[in-house]
Design a protein around this ligand. Sequence first.
Ligand SMILES: [Cu+2]
Length: 126
Amino acid sequence: MPCSAMFRACLVGTALVWATRVTIIGASAAELTFDFRIERGRITESAQVVRVKQGDVVRLRWSTDRPIVLHLHGYDIERKVEPGTFGLMEFAANIIGRFPVEVHGSAGPGGHSHGEAPLVRIEVYP
Ligand SMILES: [Cu+2]
């Protein structure tokens, strides 16, 4: 397992991760950035699970080869990502659980349709 327990976060596979630990008055939380490249609606990395600790500050940076709308469930963050730019999702991981990032369909306004499988799952541990 290419995981560093030091960072209390593990990305299974080859996606890039930078982790910086910051100290907040006696407690420590991590600031974690994960980069994902999407091609033809799928991520190019084999990594599909991001594991973090409750309280960590998580940044998901997305790049894509075509316009796409991503939705992080649970935290309910939606981002439209265009080619040539980064789509950034940033949140404090305060809710414990497993949360999928899904591709939203382009069907009708207000519709909430997903592709067949989540791009990535975010797992937040106590
Ligand atoms: Cu959704």
